[in-house]
Design a protein around this ligand. Structure first.
Ligand code: GLV
Length: 331
């Protein structure tokens, strides 16, 4: 066995990018996508000096305790609710995410979902594939125009802002709510007006969720919030499962208290609430908003850069570019 530090990569990524680790590390990349139990994860992490993991790898206190040599966990995702950052920090382990490199790709996908559900593309395609197309009725498949409808954004970080910037081309006014109001220059650039959460819920024709999942944002959209929304409104979630109470959403859709939803993320994914699966006015996708080739490559490269940097290599030597807990570097 070589004396090099060891890196574990929890899922198949891009061989040419991961190869940049090889001069410095002994690299083990899992050859197939799989879901690890806590015990399997702990066993994989034991003996590793670094890990590149996906969002399905939930690293909590028990996994941290087992990872006695670990110095960094590089998350392949901007959200990091899968990591117990306090436990990692307490053990002196750095954590990083893939902030920024996926903003535009996720914003494109958010719009694709919004347009797709507004024009009923998913249901129409299913109908066509099932062989029902003999003639198209002039008044069938009527969807919603975007122009003039209000786009509301809950969570106005970098992804929310990228979504907002696209709205001008569709002629949509934008309102937003965020923990903290954006500086005036950013609001102007996004053509977005700050409102409180209740007004956002009441006035949005399309409500786009772009906020992280934290203890404070769990079920940010539940029965009470859905009840404030227009019955003609459309909800789009490209943020995280858990930000929405999926059972409450399914019930609002079933009772036509909400017109439609487009969802890339789910509570308890890969399981999807069965009532959401049954309804035609719901566009579903398997958590792929950042999944363009260029962006997934950029995310992999950034995770690799963070690992290299922590061990003093590469262009950012000593300063992992998207470290989440920089105070561990000082200790
Ligand atoms: C995807 O969901 C991410 O957090 O990057």
């Amino acid at each position: 066995m070589s004396g090099k530090p060891r890196v574990w990569v929890s899922r198949p990524t891009f061989a040419d990018i991961v190869a940049r680790l090889e001069p410095y590390f002994e690299v083990t990349e899992e050859p197939v996508e799989q879901v690890f139990s806590g015990a399997e994860l702990a066993a994989r992490l034991a003996g590793q000096d670094a890990a590149i993991v996906g969002l399905k790898e939930r690293i909590g206190a028990a996994e941290v305790a087992a990872a006695t040599r670990l110095r960094i966990v590089a998350n392949l995702g901007v959200g990091y609710d899968n990591l117990d950052l306090a436990a990692l920090s307490a053990a002196g382990i750095a954590a990083s995410n893939t902030a920024d490199v996926l903003n535009e790709s996720v914003a494109d996908y958010a719009w694709a979902m919004m347009l797709g559900v507004a024009r009923r593309m998913n249901a129409a395609e299913r109908w066509l594939r099932e062989g029902h197309w003999h003639a198209t009725e002039f008044t069938a498949w009527l969807g919603l125009d975007m122009r003039g409808r209000t786009l509301g954004i809950l969570g106005m970080g970098r992804i929310g802002q990228a979504i907002a910037r696209r709205a001008a081309g569709f002629g949509m006014p934008v309102i937003y709510h965020n923990r903290s109001r954006l500086p005036a220059g950013d609001e102007r650039e996004c053509h977005a007006g700050y409102v409180d959460k209740e007004r956002l819920l009441r006035e949005s024709d399309f409500l786009m969720l772009a906020l992280p999942l934290t203890a404070q944002t769990r079920h940010a959209i539940g029965a009470a919030e859905l009840a404030l929304m227009k019955p003609s409104a459309v909800l789009v979630n490209v943020a995280r499962g858990g930000v929405v109470d999926d059972a409450a959403l399914a019930s609002a859709l079933r009772q036509q208290r909400l017109a439609a939803a487009a969802l890339d993320v789910f509570e308890g994914e890969p399981l999807v609430h069965p009532d959401l699966l049954r309804q035609d006015n719901v566009l579903l996708s398997p958590h792929i908003a950042s999944a363009s080739r260029d962006t997934r490559r950029a995310m992999t490269a950034l995770a690799v850069d963070n690992v290299l940097a922590l061990f003093g290599h590469g262009p950012h030597a000593g300063r992992p570019p998207t470290i989440l807990n920089p105070h561990v570097l000082a200790s």
